[in-house]
Each structure stands twice: as C-alpha cells, then as structure tokens.
Design a protein around this ligand. Structure first.
Ligand code: COA
Length: 170
C-alpha cells in the first residue's frame, strides 16, 4: 500500500466499495461528492492507495459562519461583536471500515486542520467546525481539542488560534 492525499478526482479515485458504517457518508463519496465539487459547495480530499486508486478515507471542507452566541464565553469575549463570524466547516470525515484503527482518521484530521489554517491566511476563518454523527465521533473530535457548542453538543469547534499554538511548540 502506498498512500497519498489529493483533492478527489472522480475519474481517477475508486469509490464504489467505500464503506465506513454510516450510509450517509458512504453515499456522499460514491454519488454526491462530484456534484458538490462541480458546484463549489465543498472541496473533497481523498486518502487513496496509489497501487489501485481505492479511496481509504476522505474529508470535506467549506466556508461557514458561526453565531457568536453559540461559542464559549472565554473564546467569544476576545472576538468582535458581529452576529456571524467566519469559520471553516469540516463537513464530513470518514475512514473505510477495512482501514479503521490505522491512524488514517487522525492523519486526515491533521491534514484538514493544516489546510484550514493555511487557507485562513488568505480568507479569514476563526475556527474549524465539525459535526459528529454519534457519540463515538464526538469522542474522536474531543480527543483533538474540539469543544462542543453550548446549544448543540453534537456540533464542535476548534479555534484556529489553538492550532497555531500547537505548531509553535513543535
Ligand atoms: C471516527 C473515525 C474517522 C476514526 O478513524 P480511525 O482511522 O479509525 O481512527 P485513528 O486510527 O486515526 O484513531 C486515532 C485516535 O482516535 C481514537 N478513535 C478512533 N475512533 C474512535 C471512536 N469512534 N471513538 C473514540 N475514539 C476513537 C483512537 O483510539 C485513537 O486514539 P489513541 O491516540 O488514544 O490511540 C472513523 O472511525 C470513522 O470513519 N467513523 C465513521 C464515520 C464518522 O463517524 N465520522 C466522523 C463524523 S462525520
């Protein structure tokens, strides 16, 4: 296996057999992703095996806005009082069942955070937002410092500022 992360290329990357245990995420990469790419609704990045081009994992990124009232007070108090603030949506993240537990989820999350941070230098964004489909996914995101929103604990955010701090320490 030779792995690589690239923007999804629907003519090259094999997605028919992708299965992560969540139908909505499987259907998305098999059927919807190419439309979203064409319509610029989301960018899709695929981790694939260069030997057979099968997609092993994927994630999506989009521009998003966040309601200041939904954020934790300690974070919100340093922000301007605009009703909506710019953010980046990590809309979907999934690893194929046959490849879970190989740290591909972590690899994809780190790649998504790096891309979000780099993009925020061109188009401002203060946090990455993720939506957890179940409690396990929630625990996965919390492990990496994501905090649940007050009103909706299945939706989480990670201030981009905190990503910079981690990078500085390395
Ligand atoms: C959640 C998911 C992306 C994790 O991917 P993975 O490649 O299996 O996870 P990794 O091997 O990278 O694990 C990294 C760490 O997260 C932990 N982890 C992995 N899956 C977890 C889960 N479901 N719940 C809690 N922790 C989890 C691992 O134990 C590991 O922790 P460690 O550092 O203490 O060993 C994957 O299970 C998945 O695709 N789930 C279904 C789709 C989904 O729910 N996506 C997220 C919401 S859109």
């Amino acid at each position: 296996m030779v792995i690589k992360i690239e923007p999804l290329d629907t003519r090259k990357h094999v997605r028919d057999s992708f299965s992560c245990g969540k139908d909505s995420l499987d259907n998305y990469i098999r059927k919807q992703a190419s439309q979203n790419l064409k319509r610029r609704v989301a960018t899709v990045f695929a981790l694939f095996d260069e030997l057979d081009f099968h997609v092993l994992a994927y994630y999506t990124l989009s521009s998003f806005t966040v309601d200041i009232a939904a954020l934790d007070e300690t974070f919100a108090k340093r922000l301007p009082r605009y009703p909506l603030l710019p953010a980046t949506l990590l809309g979907r993240l999934a690893v194929d069942n046959r490849h879970k537990g190989k740290r591909f989820g972590e690899l994809m999350l780190m790649d998504a955070l790096k891309k979000s941070l780099d993009a925020s230098k061109q188009v401002a964004s203060l946090a990455v937002i993720a939506e957890a489909l179940d409690k396990q996914a929630l625990r996965f995101y919390e492990k990496y410092g994501f905090q649940p929103f007050k009103q909706n604990p299945m939706k989480l955010y990670l201030p981009l500022k905190s990503i910079r701090v981690v990078r500085k320490l390395r």
